[in-house]
Structure formats: structure tokens, C-alpha cells
Ligand binder design. Structure first.
Ligand code: AKB
Length: 320
């Protein structure tokens, strides 16, 4: 890979992944694809930026030609909760954006496309504990439907055209740089911000809701490990389960209380409860471990200590 375009560079994962890829592959070789008119200086000052909306094929094509792009990381997606409010919007961005990326990569004979999937591919009927790599995929959200279709499309382009397409099923991702938006797992980020700012949090899912989660440094590590993995050693392509930790909201709140004893939590479940209930408690990521050596670094306690320290400093500095 010589020139990488990251679509969705201003999102929760995209914003940190773009900077990490610049360290890994050279700042001038990683083009931040942005949609916002005012992206953060961290993106604009550390390497090239271009306005790219993946649903606009002509615009994507122009950026690819201008920078001789030979790999695309497609981080643009409408997540589960926003997708339930506007299913056609989710379909348009997640499906039409992806097919444009795949077609563009095929026509330009690109070296690689990385397009993430999610635990949202699972649904009722999927085993909830240690959910296997190969299992029932019958999601009930539009986001999940687009992610299953995306996995199938990715594998189709590998088989039919020999295009190197890779993807991993992200669990809920927790980070302290850019806020997530429109996901069901967002509570696991918001709880830390509110613990620091107000000492209390009202959660939109019940206390016994348990989901697979991952801290951002592990998410970046997994994504880059998969991008660098030897294609010939991969038996799977677009659908790797990746795990790190799994906890209930109650366990998360208790862990935060260890460091902020006055922290209080209350519960007001909304429509996102049904989405969370349709997703696994924990997942089996042995295929990722076997095929490209996946191993996470962070557990719940290590993540909490880091989150509270970073957000505590940002709060003192008036940044949050
Ligand atoms: C969401 O909650 O929609 C996302 C996801 C699990 O893919 N964070």
C-alpha cells in the first residue's frame, strides 16, 4: 500500500485511526477523507485532507486519481441508533458508499480495501455467549442488515475479482478523543464523560445489559494488524470477530466507583435497549487470533484508569 484514503476521518474511530496510519505509513501517504467543513487541526496539520462523500462516486473517483490512491479504509457509517431513526439514510451511506468504494477499488486495481463490520451483524437466534465466528446472522436493525450485506459484498469481491478486502466486527469502541455518535454502545463512553463532569450518569439501557467492548488503543491495533496481515494466511476476509472485554453496565459503574466513590448511576432505558438485547454478551475471536495473531491489551480496569486520567486532565483544562 502506497497511498491510503481514509473515508470518514472525522468520526470516532476515523479521527484516531488516520493519525495512527500516518505514523505507520508516513503522514504524506495517508489522505484524510472529510465531510465536515471544519475538521480538527490534528487532521489538517498532520497530512493531506480531501472532502470525500463515499456516496458521490464522481467525487471519490477524483480524489483517488488526484492522489494515486491504492488503498481505501472505509470508516464512514451510520450506526445502529441513528439508522433506526432514518433507515434509508443508513442504507444510502452504508451500502451505496460501500459499493462505490469497492467498484472504485476494483477499477483502479487497488492493493486493499478495509471496511469494518460490527457485532450488529448478530441478532435474535445468535448464541449470546462466546458468539462463534460462523453463526446465525439475522440482525433486526438496518445498520446490522447493511453490515451483513457489507461482509458478503467484501467476500464476493475477494472471490470474484481477487480484490483484497478485509473487515472486522467491531464491538462497542470506547475512546476519549472524539465522541461516538448514533450508536447503541455510546453509553459506555458517555458514562466516563459524565462521571468526570457531573459525578453521575443516566443510562439508556438497563444495568444488566452486557455487551462486548474494546478500548480505542486495541481497536487501532486490531485494525492495523489486520491491514498488515499476510493475505495468503487469511481464511476469512470481511468478517473477523474481535474481542477484548465484556461487562454489564452495573460492572462498569462499579469499576468507575472504585476511582470516583461518589459516582452515581440511574437508568432510563429507551428504544436502544431492544437493540442491545439483540446483540451478543461476548464473542469468540479465535479466528482472528489464529489467522493474524490478534490479542488485546486492555481489560475493563486498565481502560477505566486511562479514561478517567485523560478525561480528568481535559476537564481541568476546560476542554470538556
Ligand atoms: C453501535 O452501537 O451501533 C456501534 C457498533 C456496535 O457497531 N458502536
Amino acid at each position: 500500500m502506497k497511498k491510503i484514503l481514509v473515508i470518514g476521518s472525522t468520526g470516532q474511530i476515523g479521527s484516531e485511526l488516520t493519525l495512527e496510519l500516518r505514523k505507520e505509513f508516513g503522514a504524506e501517504n495517508v489522505i484524510a477523507g472529510i465531510r465536515k467543513t471544519a475538521p480538527s487541526p490534528k487532521l489538517t496539520e498532520t497530512g493531506p485532507c480531501e472532502v470525500v462523500d463515499a456516496t458521490d462516486r464522481a467525487q471519490l473517483e477524483a480524489v483517488v486519481k488526484k492522489h494515486n490512491i491504492d488503498a481505501i479504509v472505509n470508516m464512514a457509517a451510520i450506526l445502529s441508533a441513528t439508522g433506526e431513526k432514518d433507515p434509508m439514510y443508513a442504507w444510502n451511506v452504508n451500502m451505496n458508499g460501500l459499493i462505490n468504494v469497492l467498484e472504485c477499488a476494483r477499477e483502479h486495481k487497488m492493493a486493499q480495501v478495509l471496511t469494518p463490520s460490527s457485532i450488529a451483524v448478530f441478532g435474535p437466534g445468535t448464541p449470546l455467549d462466546n458468539t462463534p465466528q460462523e453463526t446465525i446472522l439475522r440482525p433486526t436493525t438496518m445498520y446490522g442488515i447493511t453490515k451483513v450485506a457489507g461482509e458478503l459484498l467484501g467476500d464476493y469481491y475477494v472471490r470474484k475479482y481477487g480484490l483484497d478486502v478485509r473487515g472486522l466486527r467491531y464491538p462497542g469502541i470506547i475512546s476519549n478523543e472524539t465522541l461516538p455518535g448514533g450508536g447503541t454502545t455510546d453509553y459506555a463512553v458517555a458514562i466516563y464523560y459524565d462521571a468526570i463532569k457531573y459525578g453521575r450518569y443516566t443510562c439508556f439501557v438497563k444495568e444488566d445489559t452486557r455487551l462486548p467492548m474494546m478500548y480505542m488503543p486495541d481497536c487501532l491495533k486490531a485494525t492495523i494488524m489486520l491491514m498488515k496481515a499476510d493475505f495468503n494466511k487469511l481464511k476469512h476476509h470481511s468478517d473477523f470477530n474481535v474481542g477484548a472485554m465484556s461487562f454489564s453496565v452495573k460492572e462498569l459503574a462499579e469499576n468507575i466507583k472504585k476511582y470516583i466513590p461518589h459516582f452515581e448511576i440511574s437508568y432510563e432505558p429507551d428504544f436502544r435497549q431492544a437493540i442491545a438485547d439483540s446483540w451478543p454478551n461476548s464473542i469468540d475471536d479465535s479466528a482472528a487470533r489464529e489467522e493474524w495473531g490478534w490479542k488485546p491489551d486492555y481489560d475493563l480496569d486498565a481502560m477505566t484508569r486511562d479514561m478517567l486520567q485523560v478525561l480528568g486532565e481535559k476537564h481541568k483544562a476546560g476542554l470538556i
